[in-house]
Design a protein around this ligand. Structure first.
Ligand SMILES: Cc1ncc(C[n+]2csc(CCOP(=O)(O)OP(=O)(O)O)c2C)c(N)n1
Ligand SMILES: [Mg+2]
Length: 655
């Protein structure tokens, strides 16, 4: 393993101006030379590769990564331009435990870097690769760049079927990796070495295009990875991909300005795009100049600091009453970098003004067009600046701003009791969130994705910086949180990174604790143990299904159902077995002390908090469309169906 490589076989005989490398070696060398730039700041585009090896990649990509680790900048075959130093040419390899997790880690890294950097992920063929499909879907839905490198079956078909090959008798070019097509923004398979050149260039463009970005997948057949080719030396020259800030088209800007000028009760909805574009200062200036209140989505929370008087917080199904009241009354909704998921629109019931119109500022025309909007296709920061300049002298009616502030302070009075101790044996998780929100610094990062927590956090959390609130709610993927903490911390080593993890989520994907330990990455894992799925349990109850199958219980011999004793599963012992420090607490004061210890520690720590399965959760007026059975023999379901039909009434298209 520590053996230093000799000059690549065949280098001497490579035609002039070419470098002889395998496909995998060329790939690694190319990736190490890519950079991104925005606002004059340049950085490595692909600063590392996560991987799990198998027969599909160990001798191809694995060998290339080894060679890079031992001798990243071979002197004998310099590419044009200044020779890269060994540090610049390095492609660090990080070993993961589960392929889905490693994509989550990569996504969290890229998100924390505001999409200016992305990680590569290499996996073996078959299950190793398809394990990444969920991570790829998450990346594409959340619009976060990640380079996925699944291994693939032999291009030469000499040994078919290779171990783990799917055979399709109608089409020999179909492999399991075709499952990546619908979840990737770019997809290719390299059947011949020379195909790699245009494919890599296309892939880098998609990764760095804010309107296109997401999972970028290049499948690498096992034999092709190891094949040698004479590559044009220019392929390996340093390259910079400029991340654009498209400006609004003047006529589109005029149309948007006209709609906004006619508004009496406008609101802004800030989505993730406002954060990735680093548009916070522009958003604040826009709100100050126009007096328009700002509501936020799960991805956009913190784009405007919660301390700003016009920041009204979360809108939609899990939004707060103040934001949802303003949304219901709004005549003009200015969406900034939002996809308008059903959580944001409360399943198309949030906006109740019959004449509501939308102005959507989005770098992606697809999103700008939603709800028959007046489209403003542009970068969020550029677009907000242009809108502010065009609206100079115009302000929303003063009584509208005053109402927003009044509603905001009414809501704040409701937040306090959610954060304060409840009179019950185990704490409500909202108490833990209150303690965290108070103790975590502005630049620290809280991570969550699924369970009952996103709703509570969306309603209650006060994010004071664009980086602090890291909620993955496009795919709401259980299992994102823990590996994501690793990626976020790698991207922001100065920040305290806290993953809030439900017990159900923990059981789905604890494996990356081993990677956290191996890489000595200091994160804080807060596991909320409530012995089941609080979220789906309350959804089940409110929808007439009586919490069926949502608790973690032994199968009872009499009832035949999963409603016996709690499971003996010991989460602290499980975490300890990975070599991680664990504290277990059952009240909020003890949690505060545990958090202080975790903060003071140099190493990663887990805090397991025993919480109440039944909350309580914050009050709210948002609604979410989850259809209830139209016919049923159960009274609970019949009653829920009647409520459901009433709740559906305000649902509409915005045209
Ligand atoms: C991978 C995945 N599977 C299933 C779901 C559906 N789901 C959403 S929340 C949830 C339960 C989460 O349980 P836990 O982590 O204990 O959080 P709690 O609900 O108790 O707050 C489930 C099964 C999901 N979001 N992601
Ligand atoms: Mg739970």
């Amino acid at each position: 393993m520590s053996e230093t490589p000799s000059a690549p076989a065949g280098t001497a005989s490579a035609p002039a101006g070419t470098i002889r490398l395998t496909v995998a070696q060329a790939l690694v060398r190319f990736l190490a030379a890519q950079h991104s730039e925005r606002d004059g700041v340049r950085q490595r585009l692909i600063p590392g590769t996560f991987g799990i090896f198998g027969h599909g990649n160990v001798a191809g990509v694995g060998q290339a990564l080894l060679q890079n680790a031992l001798d990243p900048a071979p002197a004998e075959d310099g590419a044009p331009g200044e020779a890269a130093t060994p540090a610049e040419a390095r492609m660090p390899y990080y070993q993961a435990r589960n392929e889905q997790n490693m994509v989550h880690t990569a996504v969290a890294y890229a998100r924390t870097k505001n999409r200016l950097q992305a990680m590569a992920c290499t996996a073996s063929i078959g299950p190793g690769s398809t394990n990444m499909v969920t991570g790829a879907a998450l990346a594409t839905i959340d619009r976060i760049p990640v380079l996925i490198l699944p291994s693939d079956v032999f291009a030469n078909r000499a040994v078919d079927p290779v171990l783990q090959q799917l055979e399709d008798e109608r089409a020999m070019d179909v492999t399991v990796n075709d499952a990546f097509r619908p979840v990737s923004r770019y997809f290719d398979r390299i059947w011949r070495p020379e195909q790699l050149i245009p494919s890599l260039l296309a892939a880098m463009r998609v990764l760095t295009d804010p309107a296109e970005t997401g999972a970028v997948t290049i499948c690498l057949p096992q034999d092709v990875q190891a094949e040698a080719h004479d590559w044009p030396a220019e392929l390996f020259a340093e390259r910079t991909w400029h991340v654009g800030r498209p400006v609004p088209e003047p006529a589109a800007l005029d149309r948007a300005l006209e709609v906004i000028r006619g508004a009496r009760r406008p609101v802004v909805i800030a989505g993730g795009g406002a954060i990735y574009s680093e548009a916070s200062a522009a958003l604040e200036a826009f709100a100050d100049a126009t007096g328009i209140p700002v509501l936020d989505t799960q991805a956009g929370k913190g784009a405007l600091s919660a301390d700003h008087p016009l920041s009204v917080g979360g809108v939609g199904a899990t939004g707060n009453d103040a934001a949802n009241t303003l949304a219901a009354e709004a005549d003009v909704v200015i969406g900034v970098g939002t996809r308008y998921t059903d959580f944001t629109t409360a399943s198309h019931t949030a906006f109740r003004n019959p004449d509501v119109r939308f102005v959507n500022l989005n770098v992606k025309a697809f999103d700008a067009a939603k709800h028959a909007a007046t489209m403003l296709v542009a970068d969020a920061r550029e677009g907000l600046g242009a809108l502010q300049a065009g609206l100079a002298g115009w302000q929303a009616p003063a009584e509208h701003g005053a109402r927003a502030k009044e509603l905001r302070s009414q809501w704040e009075e409701l937040v306090e009791p959610c954060f304060a101790p409840h009179d019950q044996e185990l704490p409500a998780q909202t108490e833990i969130f209150g303690a965290l929100n108070e103790m975590m610094g502005e630049d620290d990062i809280v991570i969550n994705a699924a369970g009952s927590m996103p709703g509570d956090l969306q309603a209650l959390w006060k994010a004071r910086s664009p980086q602090q609130y890291h909620l993955e709610y496009g795919y709401s993927c259980m299992g994102y949180e823990l590996p994501a903490s690793l990626g976020a911390k790698m991207a922001a080593p100065e920040s305290e990174v806290v993953a809030i993890i439900g017990d159900g989520t923990f059981q789905m994907a604890p494996q990356e604790i081993a990677t956290i330990v191996a890489e000595r990455i200091k994160v804080i894992l807060v596991i909320l143990q409530n012995h089941g799925w609080s979220s789906i349990g309350s959804l089940s109850e409110s929808h007439g299904s009586q919490r069926f199958g949502t608790k973690y219980r032994m199968r009872d011999e009499d009832s035949g159902l999963l409603d016996g004793d709690k499971l003996p599963f010991d989460i602290p012992a499980n975490i300890r077995s990975y070599g991680l420090e664990v504290q277990e607490v059952s009240d909020t004061e003890a949690f505060r002390e545990a958090y202080r210890r975790a903060e003071a520690s140099e190493e990663a720590t887990a805090i397991v908090v025993n919480t109440n399965l039944y909350g309580p959760n914050p009050p709210g007026i948002g609604w979410w469309d989850v259809p209830v059975s139209a016919v049923s023999r159960l009274e609970s379901t019949q009653a829920a169906r009647a409520r459901y039909e009433q709740d559906l009434a305000p649902q509409r298209h915005y045209l």
